[in-house]
Design a protein around this ligand. Sequence first.
Ligand code: 6PG
Length: 246
Amino acid sequence: MAWPRLRVEESPVLLADTAAKWIHDRAWEVVNAQGRFTIALSGGNTPRALYARLAAGPRLPWEKMDICFGDERAVPPDSPESNYRMVRETLLQAPGLPPERVHRMRAELPPEEAAREYEQTLRGLFPTAAPFPRFDLILLGLGPDGHTASLFPHSPGLSERQAWVLANWVEKFGTHRLSLSFPVLDAGTAVLFLVAGADKEWALHQVLQGGASVADVPARGVRPATGALTFLVDRAAAAGLVLRSA
Ligand code: 6PG
């Protein structure tokens, strides 16, 4: 694995602007070269501004994209907790985005059933994938505890090496969450972490410059075999990093 690329932006606004431009350019580049662009979206709050920019900014090749989710809470799609709802309120407001290009995790189903169903959805999108689908871009966030997607510290899903999608038991929430597995994250052609806020300082330092275990800081377990790994962070989250002078 190549060393992760790190880019520090002064603010969350600039982070969203930079990410939006990069994703716009990458989507057109891949569609022009391969005819399709597949993306797995991260949830939570950080990407909200990015998704709004992508919807309102220069047009993406929506009709040639497959928009998937990296994880989802075990709630209905209209729940305030739902990552899909956050994406529907932002990215899916883009004019001309065909709804059939959006592949929602039906997390309102029983967890294992929802995971198996989503894995079948992905197998339909990546019919020749062996052993894992290669998303053109996987967006990830970072929790203050070092989780990413819904791969939480010391959760059983960290050890999954075969399934594409898992129903992960998250002890601290007393619930399951759906998540892509580490092998799927590692198969990505490009993996982009978006990290903003002082509350991420400890976790980001552990991921990039600390010695924590993957069990303690699961985001350290994202190691694309051949894909490009990039951390796009804001100054507040980067405060704990020792940065080489530019
Ligand atoms: C989720 C996300 C999760 C998120 C981190 C950071 O379902 O919440 O997929 O992995 O990226 O928790 O969340 P914030 O961006 O809200 O800090």
